[in-house]
Ligand binder design. Structure first.
Ligand code: PRX
Length: 654
């Protein structure tokens, strides 16, 4: 869809409210206005200075950036260890008793994990990995709920130089095995399950199914979270090992391995515009610099802050801003196992009151869900400790932004809308609290050291007031280093649309004052509740059902989840378009990919609108799904198709 066809943007740009920084906040802020000039004068020198000041190096780097477009190497020649930077150095400087995580279990059980505890547990877990034969460079899949062993497992991998690939525990067995196979992982670390909305949710059956299709896996290391509550948990002798049997008996002494700056820290799979998820590769030093620096500046992190990023560690937000960035900064965080609505809609506010949370970072979907439930839920709790509020993952509409500011932030805490991606590793466009005058719904400006631009279809920068495609014109430390095993796809996906520029896949506008307004994806990627899903991935899941001949999927607006999935399905001969079959197909997608990928509506159709070259006209399908009037249909192979689709529509709504 062309960016200018989106009607919502004109409303956005009519947004007239502005919020200058509060002078009292500005006086104590980490971020300073002169950072922009300093970084612009010499971006490499700017990052090099931060890297020298903030990282504990085993060997210093000799070259800040080695840039052979599109392949970047940052802080070349340096050696360091991520887990040492996140844990050991804090213990060494006397912060062993400082809380690293206040963990809140869904049923109400809690654990307090200090940096000293992390130091001990990470070393034991690292020794366990070594005992299982994991060596530097071996990939380890992690498929775990939000329990403390998840960051411990990640840090243990980092300690010995084994890249992890965390797979969100809401993904299906098939999604897990696809990722394991692409990464050729030797080990899966998992748990018997977790608690969600008061219920035990077993996880092991999915692991068994995935491992049956993943020949590279030698062992399954499993944390006992549910125990008796998961009586069906299987145990395969010789392959499966309980975490408490193996890790607990290890020595808490496993020195961090000094690794090259460009050593692969992790792979994280994300959806692109094809059916096959991409293994986004992140390395060590640049990622550490980018995440820890942005975390400190954007959330104004001080030593006594209690910071809560309410994402799941299975997504990049959790990697960068629950685990690596905050721990590198020695920050106390909250880790919560459950959902916002259980046992009641004030669960988050109760946690914030109890732990005196001072910084909250979450997704607009959550904010809109809270808005729908009413301001009386947060009003029941003392939220006066909150001093910065962050938003991430999808465009935030001005109404949600204002509600967040007013009902959660008491009209006092600055709201930072942060734009970034799995690929960018770190936040790139965001206000700096205490410096930036914010506007509800705008991510404002690129951070110091980041050169973002908005270009037209020919790659020309558009003037203020115009719209186009978001690009990045200069490498940044935490940027992806590639797509695992596929350098051509890396070049093609990100660097070919506009030569010399990184194409993010997002549409954006800049207002007359140069503020960036993010508009969502311009490719075949959807964003459901801040979760990234590809239309083609869902289409191929539908087509894998024996009843389906062809399928097309489009996103449509949704007041809570931002976008919702609408599917159009052509059945094979001999199958009837019944509501039961529609429900079966929707469930089929949930099993193939994840419940988050389940289409909200499914429409059976005898045909699909296509261009003469056979490309599905998604714009028309979007119009149909939303019940809008159809635009220009003249490029249809068969103009009657759209009418037929409408006449045969059969909707099964949630
Ligand atoms: O479309 C943009 C949207 O989320 C996409 C990246 O998704 P993912 O890699 O899963 O990472 C999400 C968490 C960083 C982007 O291409 N997006 C992310 N943040 C924003 C956003 N859209 C608008 N405003 C944001 N603040």
């Amino acid at each position: 869809m062309s960016v200018d066809q989106r009607p919502e943007i004109e409303n956005l740009l009519a947004e007239g409210r502005v919020f200058p920084p509060d002078p009292a906040f500005a006086a104590q802020a980490n971020a300073q206005p002169d950072l922009y000039d300093e970084a612009a004068r010499d971006p490499e020198a700017f990052w090099a200075k931060i890297a020298r000041e903030t990282v504990t190096w085993n060997e210093p780097f000799h070259t800040t950036l080695d840039w052979e477009l599109p392949f970047a190497k940052w802080f070349v020649g340096g050696k360091l260890n991520m887990s040492e930077n996140c844990v050991d150095r804090h213990v060494a400087s006397g912060l062993g008793d400082k809380v690293a995580y206040h963990w809140v279990g869904e049923p109400g059980d809690t654990r307090t994990i200090t940096f000293g505890d992390l130091h001990r547990e990470v070393q034991k877990a690292a020794n366990a990995l070594l005992e299982l034969g994991i060596e530097a460079g071996d990939r380890v899949a992690i498929y775990m709920p939000m329990i403390p062993e998840l960051p411990i497992a990640m840090l243990a991998c980092a300690r010995i130089g084994a890249p992890h690939t965390v797979v969100f525990a809401g993904f299906s067995a098939e999604a897990l095995s696809g990722r394991i196979n692409d990464a050729q992982a030797k080990l899966v670390i998992t748990a018997d399950g977790s608690y969600r909305r008061g219920k035990a949710m077993p996880l092991k059956a999915a692991v068994d199914e995935a491992v049956a299709a993943s020949p590279t896996i030698e062992h399954v290391l499993m944390v006992r979270r549910l125990g008796e509550a998961a009586p069906e948990t299987t145990f395969v002798d010789g392959r499966d090992i309980w975490w408490h049997d193996l890790v607990d008996r290890q020595e808490a002494d496993c020195p961090p391995v000094p690794l090259d700056s460009e050593h692969m820290l992790y792979l994280l799979y994300t959806s692109g515009s094809t059916a096959k998820p991409k293994g986004i590769t992140h390395t060590t030093a640049g990622y550490l610099v980018g995440t820890s620096y942005s975390h400190k500046q954007i959330f104004d992190i001080k030593p006594d802050d209690v910071y809560w990023c309410a994402a799941d560690i299975g997504w990049v937000t959790g990697h960068s801003y629950i685990v690596y960035g905050p721990l590198a900064n020695g920050t106390t965080g909250v880790l919560y196992e459950g959902t916002p609505d259980s046992p009641a809609w004030d669960r988050w506010w109760q946690i914030i009151e109890e732990y005196k949370v001072s910084v909250l970072y979450c997704a607009p979907t959550a904010i809109r869900a809270f808005m729908k439930q009413g301001a009386e839920h947060p009003a029941k709790h003392d939220l006066s400790t909150l001093r910065v509020l962050g938003s991430v993952g999808e465009p935030i509409n001005p109404e949600a932004w204002m509600w967040y500011r007013e009902h959660i932030g008491g009209n006092r805490a600055p709201v930072v809308d942060t734009w970034w991606q799995t690929e960018t590793g770190q936040i790139l466009i965001s206000p700096l609290p205490g410096v930036t005058t914010t506007k509800p719904g705008s991510a404002t400006f690129p951070l110091p050291g980041i050169e973002a631009d908005i270009v037209d279809g020919d790659g020309n920068s558009v003037p203020n007031g115009g719209g186009g495609y978001l690009v990045l014109k200069r490498p940044w430390p935490a940027m992806l280093r590639g797509i695992y095993g596929d350098p051509e796809r890396y070049k093609e996906t990100y660097w070919s649309r506009f030569p010399g520029m990184y194409f993010a896949g997002d549409g954006a506008k800049r207002d007359e004052e140069g503020y960036f307004w993010l508009l969502g994806r311009v490719d075949d990627v959807m964003n459901i509740s801040g979760h990234r899903l590809s239309t083609t991935e869902i289409e191929s899941a539908l087509v894998s059902h024996p009843a389906v001949a062809e399928a097309a999927v489009v996103g449509g607006p949704d007041p809570v989840t931002g976008e919702a999935i609408n599917a159009f399905v052509i059945l094979r001969l001999g199958f009837d378009p019944t509501p039961e079959l529609g429900e079966e197909l929707r469930k089929h997608v949930a099993t193939k990919i994840s419940p988050i990928a389940k289409p909200k509506s499914l429409m059976f159709t005898p045909d699909l609108p296509k261009t003469r070259s056979g490309k599905i006209m998604r714009r028309l399908l979007r119009d149909i799904a939303q019940g809008r009037s159809l635009g220009d249909t003249t490029t249809l192979a068969d103009a009657t198709v759209v009418e037929t689709i409408r006449e045969n529509s059969l909707k099964s709504e949630d």
